[in-house]
Design a protein around this ligand. Structure first.
Ligand SMILES: C[S@@+](CC[C@H](N)C(=O)[O-])C[C@H]1O[C@@H](n2cnc3c(N)ncnc32)[C@H](O)[C@@H]1O
Length: 217
């Protein structure tokens, strides 16, 4: 219910980006900003999984590059928007909770797993990271992005999804950590080559950057 509410509040992705492209990959909360799909290094024919794919814009870009694109999301509203917008993109979409999908479906493994402000942010990493590691092929890449933590507020946090003025907000849990903590969590479950950074916000009034973490299985 919380994520369906969120889905209804979020605008559709633009038809084209500033470069005139119909599909693109965006790791940050700002349009036309930051690195793109090259972070994942996915080649045509490889299998890639988006945890918390939302309306599917990033996944559609990977499919356009030739990847076999699988998306998982708990929200029917998000998935129905993804199916409508990207009906011809060949996406394989599941309505599932991320941890449940990773542990219950003993299907093929993935060459890359990623999450953009998605399920990796909203699931306890102590449980989720080993499950992702187990479904990545050797050399496979995990990458995820989210907002940086507020100083002093680390670990599980309450995140509010507002409704009408007559209704209390809905609450979801998210996990905020500093870069060193992410490095430790990832190496602790066997990832290597961990790169964790904060991408600065684009020039302008907004100051909050984007945490981007990449690790190799
Ligand atoms: C902030 S939205 C981001 C959506 C998308 N990645 C994007 O960049 O637009 C978070 C998404 O993660 C999904 N989500 C949150 N927790 C999840 C979980 N445990 N398993 C699967 N999906 C989840 C929500 O339904 C929502 O679509």
């Amino acid at each position: 219910m919380a994520w369906d509410t969120y889905a209804r509040q979020r605008p559709e992705r633009r038809p084209v980006n500033a470069a005139g492209e119909r599909t693109w990959f965006n790791w940050t909360q700002y349009p036309d900003h930051g690195p793109g799909a090259e972070v994942l290094g996915v080649r045509p024919g490889q299998r890639v999984l988006d945890l918390g794919c939302g309306k599917g814009g990033n996944l559609a870009h990977l499919a356009a590059l030739g990847a076999r694109a699988v998306g998982v999301d708990v929200s029917p509203a998000q998935l129905s928007a993804a199916r409508e917008r990207w009906s011809d993109a060949g996406l394989v979409l599941y309505r599932r909770e991320a941890l449940e999908f990773l542990t219950a479906d003993a299907g093929a493994d993935f060459d890359a797993v990623y999450s953009v402000f998605g399920a990796v942010w909203f699931t306890d990493p102590v449980r989720l990271l080993p499950a992702i590691r187990a479904r990545l092929r050797p050399g496979g890449v995990l990458a995820f992005s989210q907002r940086p933590p507020v100083e002093g507020c680390y670990g599980c946090q309450a995140s509010y999804i507002n409704r009408s003025e007559n209704e209390d907000p809905l609450v979801v849990r998210r996990w905020d950590y500093e870069l060193d903590e992410w490095r430790g969590l990832l190496t602790g479950v066997g990832f290597h080559g961990v790169r964790a950074q904060v991408i600065p916000a684009p020039p302008g009034p907004r100051k909050i950057g984007t945490v981007l973490v990449r690790a190799v299985a």
